[in-house]
Design a binder for this molecule. Structure first.
Ligand code: ADP
Length: 220
């Protein structure tokens, strides 16, 4: 047990270290980005787009990391998932049209849950983004809202590329990604937020056929 304790301490320490590094990197990154934009405005910089997109990528990784480490100061209110979902879907509407993806919603039941609106928005955002990324050449995403045994269930079904059992098994582990531009933090954040709401995440997937991700959140 002493060794377990020592290992836990080490883990906590490395977590805190990573968090403070992420934090310290974010500020100079903001300066770099600002200066880059300014210099580009004054005189066109060579390779500006590439440099900028890489800076953005660093920003995203650091940002997601900070969300992960933040002690969950959950601000709960009674909310309905349908309205939150609406906001998220509209963010992706243009991108979906460009990629020949239709996003269908079926609202069977939409009851109130106690939740932190921003966090649930983050969950829907990550899941919809994953579904979009799984469909490279057009396809369908179906989102269903229903109530089952005291839980609001929100399911995201896509007919994209699906996952092998190996990928599926590791989903939610930090930095586990198969995407060129991915960081493998999205599903970890999803699981964290849902469990802090006393909910559950279920995933079924078949390579070449598609994926269903189901989120269950306790009703208010
Ligand atoms: P990222 O999207 O940055 O890779 P995630 O944690 O969101 O990080 O996802 C981890 C991995 O899980 C992805 O790289 C992908 O391989 C797989 N994955 C997640 N959602 C889906 C999906 N809807 N269809 C197919 N694969 C998925």
């Amino acid at each position: 047990t002493e060794e377990v304790l020592r290992n836990t301490e080490k883990l906590v320490f490395s977590g805190q270290l990573a968090m403070s590094i992420a934090h310290e990197i974010r500020n100079p990154l903001t300066t770099v980005k600002g200066m880059l934009q300014l210099s580009h405005k004054n005189s066109q910089l060579q390779h500006y787009d590439l440099i900028m997109s890489e800076v953005e990528r660093m920003n995203l990784i650091v940002g997601e990391f900070l969300i992960l480490g933040k002690p969950q100061a959950v601000q709960c209110k009674a909310e309905r998932c349908g309205a939150i979902l609406q906001e998220v879907v509209s963010i992706f509407e243009f991108q979906a049209r460009m990629n020949n993806i239709t996003i269908n919603r079926e609202i069977r039941q939409d009851y109130e849950i106690e939740c932190d609106r921003n966090q649930i928005k983050q969950v829907f955002l990550n899941l919809l983004r994953n579904a979009m990324e799984a469909i490279p050449f057009g396809g369908e995403i179906e989102i269903v809202l229903e109530v089952q045994e005291g839980f609001q269930v929100v399911s995201f079904t896509d007919n994209g590329e699906g996952m092998s059992p190996e990928v599926l098994q590791k989903i939610g582990e930090p930095f586990h990604t198969t995407r060129f531009n991915g960081n493998g933090l999205g599903m970890m954040i999803v699981k964290r937020i849902v469990s802090s709401h006393r909910g559950q995440v279920g995933i079924t997937s078949k390579l070449g056929e598609g994926t269903v991700v189901e989120i269950c959140l306790p009703l208010a």
